[in-house]
Design a protein around this ligand. Structure first.
Ligand code: CDT
Length: 313
């Protein structure tokens, strides 16, 4: 890819529990083709793109949900997406549920280059929600029950000549994620999400739900001088409502493209990676201005605690 290229975010409307992989992959291919027609050389898909957002369901036996997981990638059902993308010379980011050969469950994403080769993998670190059943709620949010915390850290991968970092949904709200990726020279951070309106224990006004989503993307982009592209699964899913707002954000923190619907929708942005440079050479020149000797609390402490004494005598 050139330093300037067209980047597509493929928002995917709700996927109902009865919708099989074949039907979903056909929708993803249509979004891919629409992106290509609009000149995009890379497409960002959502988190857990291939199925409905199944962490909303309680099952006594977790293995009852194994049919939502992929045992290999690509597999026969997803191969047509890889084939079509390779034929068009388009790379992509895809989120899916991963079941490893030794029986581990992860919320995972991959980066695929324009030749169809997988260039990077990420397993979600910040798993939101709860592990126990919550009574009297319209939907559960059981990511802590169904997934292990990711074990691959936050990697940056070379994809068609561009340094790309990944994260997944709730990760986008944590500033450490972008900083760890930016410290490795990421030019672009890509992520997928499923943000339900109703999450047990987390109430926000509808406008605030969208605002905090966009605020997180914008802050991450600006404070780290990177491009950020986020694709959501959106709209109605089995009676639950997921926010839209798939977007591309420039290193200035400005939203340069944003989905308007809550359905399948391609958003294309004209991305110039060199727009990061003025920020990297001035206000966010990390080498010149960061003072990590003052940030040790960030890794030494997890939860909020008491103030650390300061000797100012
Ligand atoms: N999928 C995901 O991580 N969703 C969360 C919502 C739940 S947070 C309790 C998000 O941050 O959008």
């Amino acid at each position: 890819m050139q330093r300037a290229f067209n980047l597509a975010v493929a928002q995917v409307g709700g996927i109902q529990p009865g919708e099989d992989r074949k039907a979903v992959v056909a929708r993803l291919i249509s979004l891919l083709e629409a992106s290509h027609r609009r000149g995009a050389s890379f497409v960002v898909y959502p988190e857990l793109t291939l199925t409905t957002f199944f962490p909303r369901y309680w099952r006594d036996d977790c293995s009852a949900l194994d049919s939502y997981f992929e045992r290999e990638m690509p597999n026969a059902e997803v191969q047509p997406l890889f084939d079509r993308a390779k034929a068009l010379g388009v790379g992509f980011y895809l989120g899916y549920a991963e079941l490893t050969p030794d029986g581990r469950h992860f919320n995972t994403s991959i980066l695929v280059d324009s030749t169809g080769a997988i260039r990077g993998k990420y397993r979600k670190v910040h798993l939101p929600g709860h592990a126990d059943r919550v009574e009297d709620v319209p939907a559960q949010h059981l990511e802590k029950r169904y997934f292990e915390v990711g074990d691959l850290g936050f990697g940056v991968f070379e994809v068609d000549g561009i340094r790309v970092g990944m994260c997944l949904c709730n990760d986008r709200r944590w500033p450490e994620v972008y900083r760890v990726l930016a410290l490795q020279g990421a030019d672009l951070v890509v992520l997928g999400y499923n943000t339900p309106m109703e999450v047990p224990g987390w109430r926000e006004e509808p406008h605030a739900k969208m605002e905090t989503h966009l605020l997180s993307l914008r802050a991450g982009a600006y404070q780290n001088a990177v491009w950020v592209a986020a694709a959501g699964k959106s709209g109605d899913e089995d009676g639950a409502h997921l926010i839209g707002g798939s977007a591309v954000v420039a290193p200035s923190g400005e939203i340069v493209a944003r989905a308007r619907s809550e359905g399948d929708e391609v958003v294309v942005a004209d991305v110039d990676l060199d727009l990061s440079e003025p920020y990297r050479q001035s206000v966010f020149n990390f080498a010149a201005h960061r003072r990590p000797e003052n940030y040790s609390l960030i890794v030494d402490r997890v939860g909020r605690g008491d103030p650390v004494p300061v000797d100012f005598s």
